[in-house]
Ligand binder design. Structure first.
Ligand SMILES: Nc1ncnc2c1ncn2[C@@H]1O[C@H](COP(=O)(O)OP(=O)(O)OP(=O)(O)O)[C@@H](O)[C@H]1O
Ligand SMILES: Cc1cn([C@H]2C[C@H](O)[C@@H](COP(=O)(O)O)O2)c(=O)[nH]c1=O
Length: 424
């Protein structure tokens, strides 16, 4: 068993680890070393104090290369294991990764058990039986001020035993925040086939996926042949998209479409409660269905679209990126690129309103909210990240519209933009 473990985690010691202490500061980063570090004694002690705080500490990471298994295991860990830990434990988000290497991220948790409760170790120890999880404990070296990370595996008698140990050494802040390393292909899909593949894998656990796949078909056509312009209206909730798309549709005698399309509405609550990989594949496929509707409608009239790819990318990127707005992938990053096979609109307008005006509009409306909308309301930081991500999506980039004025003024402003940018 221990042998299998070693080959499985052969690269373990070359990884870097991050522990997210709070969302306004940088995580604590550490690497592993087979030999003790002699220099920077004081810095190291201060680092250990912050990381371990005198508690008995553990970490669990979901370590499998299969993105589907990874998504399900992480959700199971978060929802079924972490809540069973005694209340005295504090649980922090943790990452294991290769600095700045895309798709190298393993997500997990760092657990601080301040009173070293007897229930904690068995709950976490059980996880070593799962080949997709890595469980570690952190142990102070006897007669020294150094700390070890003990990597656990299943012993002959089924218990959890330390098979490998490495010194914990503070590490530099990487260029890219670890939470952003797996965005491409896990949170955002850049072609139809990739999102379709995820939906096919869902069939066993979400029976409605089969119906959705039938509706989409493996080769959805969405080539734009029509001569009429396609105008997308984007923005956070309650920025006035519905109001504007309706008035624009009437004024321009246009066809109004939305993403996700109405035919997907019955399945949306189901996918909204699934792990990010599955939820994002659902929204991605929604865009391709909307694209095929746009392709057909633009032969006969201008088309107005309420949300499209910018929303799919912006919400996914902002949700995946933890902490500060500054942790978002930099402008120009490939995560903001348009999918190679998705119909491009002629114009994308991003409605922006002040936080106060948006809250006023939300309170007037008072309708049921999705989980993400509720989060947006509670979380200024998340809202800022979504808005920044919107502004960074490229080719086509969005044109920002001040949507604070009354509806008729917003409409006039937008009509001028359309006249200027589209052939009508
Ligand atoms: N320009 C405006 N000035 C004042 N109130 C507005 C304006 N535009 C819309 N509203 C009001 O704000 C509320 C939200 O507007 P609307 O439903 O159009 O936003 P939305 O962006 O479509 O929201 P969601 O994305 O959540 O569906 C509604 O009560 C609407 O009447
Ligand atoms: C299109 C789209 C939407 N979402 C999420 C973001 C918001 O929480 C809601 C808003 O949807 P509404 O129909 O406009 O009320 O849905 C998303 O995550 N990804 C998407 O592609």
């Amino acid at each position: 068993m221990a042998k299998r473990m070693l080959s499985r985690w052969g690269q373990w010691y070359s990884r870097v680890f991050a522990v997210e202490c709070d969302h306004s500061t940088d995580p604590l980063y550490f690497a592993l070393s087979k030999t003790p570090q002699e220099r920077h004694y004081d810095e190291r002690q201060a680092f250990y104090e912050k990381l371990f705080e005198g508690a008995k500490c553990y970490s669990v990471h979901v370590c499998t290369d299969d993105r589907f298994q990874r998504a399900l295991l992480y959700e199971a860990l978060k929802n079924n294991v972490i809540p069973r830990l005694p209340t005295g434990c504090s649980v922090l988000d943790a990452f294991s990764f290769h600095p700045d290497v895309s798709n190298s991220l393993f997500r997990g948790f760092f657990i601080k058990d301040a009173t070293n409760l007897p229930e904690t170790a068995p709950i976490l120890g059980e996880l070593v039986k799962n080949s997709g999880m890595s469980v570690c404990t952190y142990v102070r070296e006897e007669n020294s001020q150094r700390w070890w990370q003990h990597l656990l595996s299943e012993a002959e008698d089924g218990s959890a035993a330390a098979t490998e140990k490495y010194y914990v050494v503070p590490s530099e802040i990487p260029h890219r925040h670890p939470s952003t390393l797996n965005i491409m292909g896990n949170d955002v899909f850049y072609n139809f086939e990739d999102a379709y593949k995820v939906m096919e894998q869902c069939k066993d656990i979400i029976p409605v996926s089969e119906e959705l796949l039938k509706l989409v078909g493996p080769n959805l056509t969405q080539k734009k042949e029509g001569r009429f312009p396609v105008i997308v209206i984007e923005g956070l909730d309650a920025t006035g998209k519905t109001t504007l798309t309706h008035s624009l549709t009437t004024t321009l005698d246009a066809t109004l479409l939305r993403s996700p399309p109405t035919c997907l509405s019955p399945w949306r609550p189901c996918f909204d409660s699934e792990p990010a990989l599955l939820r994002r594949a659902f929204y991605a496929l929604g865009n391709y269905i909307t694209a095929s509707q746009i392709a057909a409608a633009s032969r006969h009239s201008p088309v107005i679209v309420d949300r499209y790819w910018h929303s799919t990318a912006a919400y996914a990127i902002a949700t995946a990126t933890s902490g500060k707005v500054g942790n978002l992938p930099s402008p120009g990053s490939e995560v903001y690129r348009w999918p190679c096979d998705l119909l491009r609109p002629d114009l994308v307008l991003l409605l922006t309103v002040s936080p106060e005006e948006r809250l006023r509009r939300l309170s007037v409306r008072g309708v049921e909210k999705t989980r993400e909308e509720a989060e947006l309301e509670a979380n200024h930081l998340f809202r800022n990240k979504v808005e920044q991500a919107y502004k960074r999506v490229e080719d086509p980039a969005c044109v920002v519209v001040d949507a604070n004025p009354p509806p008729d003024q917003v409409l006039q402003q937008v009509l001028l933009l359309i006249k200027d940018k589209c052939h009508l």
